[in-house]
Design a protein around this ligand. Structure first.
Ligand SMILES: NC(=O)c1ccc[n+]([C@@H]2O[C@H](COP(=O)([O-])OP(=O)(O)OC[C@H]3O[C@@H](n4cnc5c(N)ncnc54)[C@H](O)[C@@H]3O)[C@@H](O)[C@H]2O)c1
Length: 360
């Protein structure tokens, strides 16, 4: 059996270094090449990690050692590089958001299916011990009847953050603000734990970053298909910024995750492993909400790269699909649509509002 999956990275900016560290540490992957449309960045990255650097996409995709590609370009440019990579029969691990609207996500998913390659959307927070513990409790029915689920991402980004690359805070390339860029991981968890949303009332605002095209703050009230109610809050204007908070409350138990830690874990019926979960999942794993936005340790990515390579090499089920990536993008676009309409929208009976291209 083949041991390691050969990876190339497209886009050699901030998150690409996290990808490279994760690939080097995964054990079943090996980093082979990098491509960035900016030759200076490609070359510097290639030197830093001791790999081949390419200045043309065709040259990068022609390399048979690159069997899988991780996508680390600006969000609204994912489709532009995923489609040729899929046509070149490379498996794809794509940064969040999968793309900036549902139509583009669908194009990516269809291209990967048509070319027989695997596609996974990066949500590294799914791989924390805390998230795995909550998901097991959900699947075991330990919460009872679902009552209320909340996702709160009150973070802070400096004005300099939005100036740090020309694509940040733009409709065309960021596709949205605090929801689409920052809170998307937490919304993915909300959907993972509590299922799809049926009705949304939402508002967006710019409270600090008034010069950007996208929201720095959003709030929404939702009703889930399972009948429970929920709230979503996302911001990059809340100083100093707190760890994201996700809570699940049911008639027989409740749990709260802050950052990557479980801070509340209480059920009617105590299970033998509960004390251990409270102890081991309460350890800080690093992620906070403050202005140091690249304070991302690579462990979550490492776990996702390992799982992805296991799926490609050993046929194990993919833990996160392109459809999972699409689902989070769809929810965010639905919040934008609700905010635009100023009224609650029902997702089973989509109301007719003029929908900008980015929300389709
Ligand atoms: N999972 C996470 O926690 C996490 C964290 C940060 C960023 N991200 C995501 O990663 C992506 C990149 O973010 P970043 O902060 O690294 O951005 P960045 O601006 O630091 O890097 C983007 C790089 O892509 C290159 N690029 C632009 N267009 C290209 C093209 N057509 N072909 C090849 N290269 C191209 C740029 O030259 C740049 O080097 C975004 O989608 C973002 O949402 C995810």
């Amino acid at each position: 059996m083949k041991q390691k999956l050969g990876f190339g990275i497209i886009g050699a900016g901030a998150i690409a270094a996290v990808h490279a560290e994760a690939i080097n540490a995964a054990g079943n992957t090996v980093l082979k090449a990098v491509y960035d449309c900016d030759p200076t960045k490609s070359t510097a990255f290639g030197r830093r990690f001791g790999i081949k650097s390419c200045t043309h996409l065709a040259e990068f995709l022609a390399d048979p050692a690159v069997e899988a590609v991780s996508i680390a370009t600006p969000s609204g440019l994912h489709r532009e590089v995923v489609l040729p990579a899929a046509r070149a029969h490379k498996h794809i691990l794509c940064e969040k958001p999968l793309e900036i609207n549902v139509t583009r996500c669908d194009e990516i998913i269809a291209a990967c299916e048509a070319n027989g390659v695997m596609l996974s959307s990066i949500f590294q927070t799914r791989f924390s011990r805390a998230v795995e513990a909550v998901k097991q409790a959900v699947d075991a029915g330990r919460f009872g009847i679902p009552v209320y689920a909340g996702a709160e991402v009150c973070w802070y980004r400096t004005p300099a953050y939005y100036l740090s690359a020309p694509w940040r805070g733009t409709l065309a390339l960021d596709g949205g603000g605090a929801l689409m860029n920052q809170a998307i991981h937490t919304l993915d968890l909300l959907l993972y734990f509590n299922g799809d949303v049926e009705e949304i009332y939402g508002r967006t605002a710019n409270r600090l970053h008034t010069g950007i095209e996208v929201e720095d703050t959003a709030a929404a009230m939702v009703r889930f298909r399972n009948g429970s109610l929920g709230t979503i809050v996302a911001s990059t204007a809340c100083a100093p910024g707190f760890p994201r908070r996700l809570e699940l409350n049911g008639t027989r138990g409740s749990a709260v995750i802050e950052g990557d830690r479980i801070v509340r874990w209480i059920f009617d019926e105590e299970f033998p492993g509960d004390a251990d979960i409270r102890r081991t999942c309460a350890e800080p794993e690093g992620l906070q909400g403050g202005a140091e936005n690249m304070n991302i340790d690579f462990e979550g990515h490492r776990r996702q790269f390992v799982a992805f390579a296991d799926a490609v090499l050993c046929g194990r089920p993919l833990r996160l699909s392109g459809s999972d990536g699409r689902r989070a993008v769809a929810l965010i676009c639905d919040v934008y649509r609700a905010a635009l309409s100023g009224r609650p929208i029902s997702l089973s009976r989509q109301e007719k509002t003029e929908v900008p291209e980015r929300m389709r």
